[in-house]
Design a protein around this ligand. Structure first.
Ligand code: 13P
Ligand code: SF4
Length: 299
């Protein structure tokens, strides 16, 4: 590891009075620099609570945009603005308007893995850790749930409400198969299977635990399994294996190419130049902020 670069980042971070927030999928070298690591919900809460002037967001663009919605007066830096997300790219604001006109009067719940423009068309946002709670908090028996069809099917299996889905999916999680779990159980006696709710329902139905990235860490901490497989992005197992030496972590896992666009080098560059900065047009930001704030109130 480049110790000189790490020291330079720490020095600049002090000088800029910045905090570094890192998603659980970031590699260990970036998590070690971070003031806070977490899932999408945890990072949103941290962003809303920090009194730092600048936030360097080590994650993907929709997460940095959510931080900007919650802290409009702060400088939010995303070291690589090209860090997208297949879910966020699966739906536009125009698509949401079309869904609303096809299903008038039905409330819209939108996963945070979306652009600010999509959030602006939404009644309330959710993350993987609170999606069931958010859907159940609504009075309507029918809910439009966007854009992740797999998370949507999982939520539908846990609520009495009827969900109208959009056919988006995560390129990392949609490729896990239930057969992989059966094969792992045959090969590794007693293995615990933990899955992210962006996986297909057939995978979730065979898992021992389903939860957000932070929920997965908590589950491993509390249940201390001898062997575990995390059906999610690869950095999760790599990162938490260090903290739980008594647990054997078995792959498979899939890499998120978007998360991996963040590097020590571009973190340093963004702290140096105070760019690229996240900006959201005011008319979109006001409506999008309301849907994120409603979620935080219900959470
Ligand atoms: P979490 O909110 O569970 O961290 O999920 C974010 C994400 O993008 C998973 O692919
Ligand atoms: Fe998006 Fe999937 Fe990557 Fe998460 S893992 S950021 S949902 S592409």
């Amino acid at each position: 590891m480049d110790q000189k670069l790490l020291d330079q980042i720490r020095e600049l971070k002090e000088k800029r009075r910045a905090v570094i927030l890192a998603h659980n999928y970031q590699p260990a070298e970036i998590q070690d620099l971070a003031d806070f690591c977490g899932d999408s919900l945890g990072l949103s809460i941290q962003a809303s609570e920090t009194d730092a002037e600048t936030i360097v967001f080590c994650g993907v663009r929709f997460m940095a945009e959510t931080a900007k919605l919650l802290c409009p007066d702060k400088k939010i830096l995303i070291p690589d603005p090209g860090a997208g997300c297949s879910l966020a790219d699966s739906i536009t604001a125009e698509d949401v308007r079309m869904m609303k006109s096809t299903h008038p009067g039905i409330p819209v719940v939108t996963y945070v893995n979306t652009s600010a423009a999509v959030k602006a068309e939404t009644d309330i946002c959710c993350t993987s850790s609170n999606a069931v709670k958010i859907v159940n908090s609504l009075e309507s028996d029918k809910v439009i749930f966007l854009p992740d069809q797999h998370l949507g099917r999982y939520v539908a299996s846990r609520t009495d409400k009827e969900l109208i889905l959009w056919m988006g999916s995560c390129e990392v999680h949609r490729i896990f198969k239930a057969e992989e779990i059966r094969e792992l159980r045959r090969k590794y006696a007693g293995i615990q299977v933990i899955a992210h709710p962006e996986c297909p329902l057939e995978v979730l139905e065979e898992a021992d635990y389903v939860g957000s990235t932070s929920g997965m860490i908590k589950y491993v901490d509390e249940s201390a399994p001898a062997r575990v497989v995390l059906m999610t992005e690869c950095s999760m197992s790599d990162n938490i294996a260090v903290d739980f030496p008594g647990t054997e972590f078995i792959k498979p896992c899939n890499l998120c190419p978007h998360m991996k666009k963040i590097s020590l080098q571009n973190i340093y560059q963004s702290l140096l130049s105070l760019e690229p900065e996240v900006t959201i047009p005011a008319e979109i930001a006001a409506a999008a902020r309301r849907s994120v704030e409603r979620m935080l109130e219900v959470s």
